[in-house]
Each structure stands twice: as structure tokens, then as C-alpha cells.
Design a protein around this ligand. Sequence first.
Ligand SMILES: [Fe+2]
Length: 132
Amino acid sequence: MQWLDDYNIGVSHIDKQHKELANTLKRLQGSLSSTYVNNEMANTLKFLVSYTQQHFSDEEELMESIGYSDFKNHKSLHKNLIDDVRTILLKLKNNEAVNAKELIEFLIRWLIDHIVKEDSKIGSFIQKLESK
Ligand SMILES: [Fe+2]
């Protein structure tokens, strides 16, 4: 996964966290040596989940503090992702095979899509506030 300047939403601490998420996904891509998720990947995934939870809660705090209009919907998108990834971690815990390439591609697509379609709207909302 390649970070593009277009992904910046203009809020520095959020952009920094997004970059860290992108780097972690890049690391996962680099370790794609086996078809199914192995132990090393599972550990990186666990880090990804806890970092993502912290990031989501920071982003939600920001949205609340600015009175963001689409807060509820945005928060539910976060929750859905965490639920999905938790389900996958549970599969791994139960020794079920998880296709590594599919999982990583899903996560990368989700992150880029979410930043471009949803998080960018927070950036625009702040810009509007500041121009008032
Ligand atoms: Fe978000």
C-alpha cells in the first residue's frame, strides 16, 4: 500500500495515524509469504486492531468536539470494521485458515475507501468551520 498526499485530510494527528495504519498494512503485504495467515501476521494484525481502535476513538473524539453532522453514521462504520476484524481474529484463534492476500486486500481497500470517502469529509467540515 502506497501513501498518497491525496489521502491527507488536513488534520495532522489524524493524518499521522492514517500513515501509521498504511505502514502497518504495507508491512503485512511484505510478509505475504504464505497463502494463509501465519503467526507473525496474526501478531501484526493484533497490533493493527489495537492501533485502529485507538485511532477510531481519537477520530470520534474529534468529530464530537466539532459537532460533526455525520458523526453517528461514521462511528457505526468504525464499529462494523472492528467487528469484522474481530471475527477474523477469532477464526485465527480457532485455528481456522484465513486467506492472507484476501484479508490484506480487504483491509487496504477499506482504509483507502474510508479515508477518501468519509474521513476527508471531516477535513472539509473543519475547513468550513474555520472559514466562518
Ligand atoms: Fe474514520
